[in-house]
Design a protein around this ligand. Structure first.
Ligand code: NAD
Length: 497
């Protein structure tokens, strides 16, 4: 499939694209036992794309048995690291070779603009698989100091079968954050995509098999959370869950681990990330630009979106004037149009949930700027970006994760108050501080309770940096070498000499 060049071509490609509908199990697409299905839908039109097989508890047992048997047989973990590296690099190349179809499937299901799935999501997914592939033959084990009487080796060993349960907002990127290190560590991996974003993930299974990942070592099981996800979470032969999604479901997985085999649980959950703008920030234009992109990119459906703006009241109006001036750049449009920057929300249900926060702010006497629901395409879930001002700091819009294009503004006096407000949250995924005073930047960075703190920038990211949250934003880290902690056990071997 060659890259379509005009918006019309993307629509034609969408009409012709082949949609995978079955699980990818044991090296091939396979029907579920009982014929249960759920619908893959296009949120830009409200239309059903295709029914997809749902992998129920008995089907999950089959897939886990296969994964466990392949792990026991050592078909992947026991192979030479350089060979496994070569397979992972081919997997990354296969993702690049299928970029257009992957981007199209992801856009059709999630409403994300095609320009972004093609230029950002697919390349980032391939890049992460490549990065972990390249790590694979450079990971050394450790020796502990044992004096002259002992040789003490500390080795990392794969845990066995890993279930990756991921959300719909960045389906390919987040899947790669789990699949990359879990496969590189030698595990069997089962990916359970969100029911809203299944199709591109199914294709990943096929691409991995073509690259040489042995049958049963990487499988993709479609299904709803409380069916397929729950069966994996409670399974006694799954040794680790790698989850990204809501804090509510993250907590549920901890319970399911305790009820079953005490599997490892890595959690990347919700956020309400704060951006502090101090009165010593001279670069208000740059701050405004970063703030706008941080909250309105991906329709605001980003876990680390900069959803709380905590701004010193002496610069508040000057900054907000600039942010408001940028709202027009995020006019929602057809996700299949190359020029679209903001696409459709994931569903009309979610759109109404987000609108509920705006209504509550209006009722409470706050100001809502923008946020109108618009019908770009009949049946689609589109809304304009919104800014909330004069809101109650203890209210829901100020404290809860809205997961939409909604910036909640709070004014403060000085850096100390700003940090206090920022930390007064059950979440701790990310934060930013904008200041020209170096000492204030360092002071704030140390005191902010968040897994990532950006200074005079936002959303700078690399696969080489750990990503995850403090408090109820999660447990453990994705990306970087630290991600291996979730997918390996440390074994000490003490040899008396
Ligand atoms: P969700 O928690 O509803 O679903 C996430 C995944 O869990 C899906 O695959 C779903 O099918 C599955 N699931 C749902 N119920 C389950 C159950 N009972 N047992 C097992 N699995 C179950 O989240 P969502 O609506 O898909 O995604 C939005 C959420 O994800 C937001 O809260 C967002 O902040 C969070 N998120 C976090 C990060 C991060 O890195 N911290 C990144 C992206 C999204």
């Amino acid at each position: 499939m060659t890259a379509p060049e005009t918006p019309t071509d993307w629509r034609a490609a969408a009409a012709a694209v082949e949609l995978p509908t079955q699980a990818f199990v044991d090296g091939r697409y396979r029907a579920s036992r009982h014929g249960a299905t759920f619908n893959a839908e296009n949120p830009a039109t409200g239309q059903v794309l295709t029914p997809v097989d749902e992998w129920t508890a008995a089907d999950v047992d089959d897939a886990v048995d296969i994964a466990a048997a392949r792990f026991e047989a050592g078909v992947w973990a026991d192979r030479d690291p350089a060979e496994r590296k070569a397979v992972m690099l081919r997997f990354a190349e296969g993702i690049r070779a299928n970029a257009e179809r992957l981007a199209l499937l992801e856009t059709l299901e999630t409403g994300k603009p095609i320009s972004q799935t093609q230029a950002v999501d697919v390349p980032a997914c391939a890049g992460t698989i490549q990065w972990y592939g390249e790590c694979l033959d450079k990971l050394y084990d450790e020796m502990a100091p044992g004096g002259n009487d002992a040789v003490i080796a500390i080795r990392r060993e794969p845990v066995g079968t890993v279930a990756a349960i991921v959300p719909w907002n960045y389906p390919l990127i987040i899947a790669s954050w789990k699949i990359g290190p879990a496969l590189a560590a030698g595990n069997s991996v089962i990916l359970k995509p969100a029911e809203e974003s299944t199709l591109a993930s199914l294709l990943l299974g096929e691409i991995a098999a073509e690259a040489g990942i042995p049958a049963g070592v990487f499988q993709v099981l479609p299904g709803r959370g409380h069916v397929t996800g729950d069966a994996l979470a409670g399974h006694n032969q799954v040794q680790a869950i790698a989850f990204t999604g809501s804090t509510e479901i993250g907590k549920r997985l901890l319970v399911r681990s305790g009820e079953s085999n005490m599997k490892k649980v890595g959690l990347e959950c919700g956020g309400k990330s704060a951006q502090i703008v101090t009165r010593e920030c001279e670069q208000l234009d740059a701050a405004a630009e970063a703030i706008a992109w941080s909250i309105w990119y991906n329709q605001g459906e980003t876990c680390h979106a900069g959803s709380r703006l905590i701004v010193d009241r002496r610069v508040a109006d000057a900054l907000l004037e600039r942010v408001e001036a940028l709202m027009g750049q995020f006019e929602p449009g057809d996700p299949l149009d190359d020029a679209t920057v903001m696409g459709a929300m994931i569903s009309t249900d979610h759109l109404h949930r987000v609108q509920g926060y705006l209504d509550a702010v209006r009722r409470g006497g706050g100001r809502v700027i923008g946020g109108e629901v618009i019908e770009r395409i009949e049946g689609g879930a589109f809304m304009r970006p919104a800014i909330l001002r004069d809101i109650d700091r203890t209210g829901q819009a100020a404290r809860e994760e809205i997961f939409g294009p909604v910036l909640a503004v709070m004014e403060c006096d000085g850096l100390d108050e700003a940090v206090r407000i920022a930390n007064d949250s059950e979440y701790g995924l990310a934060a930013a501080v904008w200041t020209d005073r170096l000492s204030d930047a360092h002071r704030a960075a140390r005191r902010l309770q968040a897994g990532t703190v950006w200074v005079n920038c936002y959303d700078m990211a690399s696969v080489a940096t750990p990503f995850g949250g403090y408090k109820q934003s999660g447990i453990g880290r994705d990306r970087s070498l630290h991600a291996f902690d979730k997918y390996t056990e440390l074994k000490t071997t003490w040899v008396a000499v």
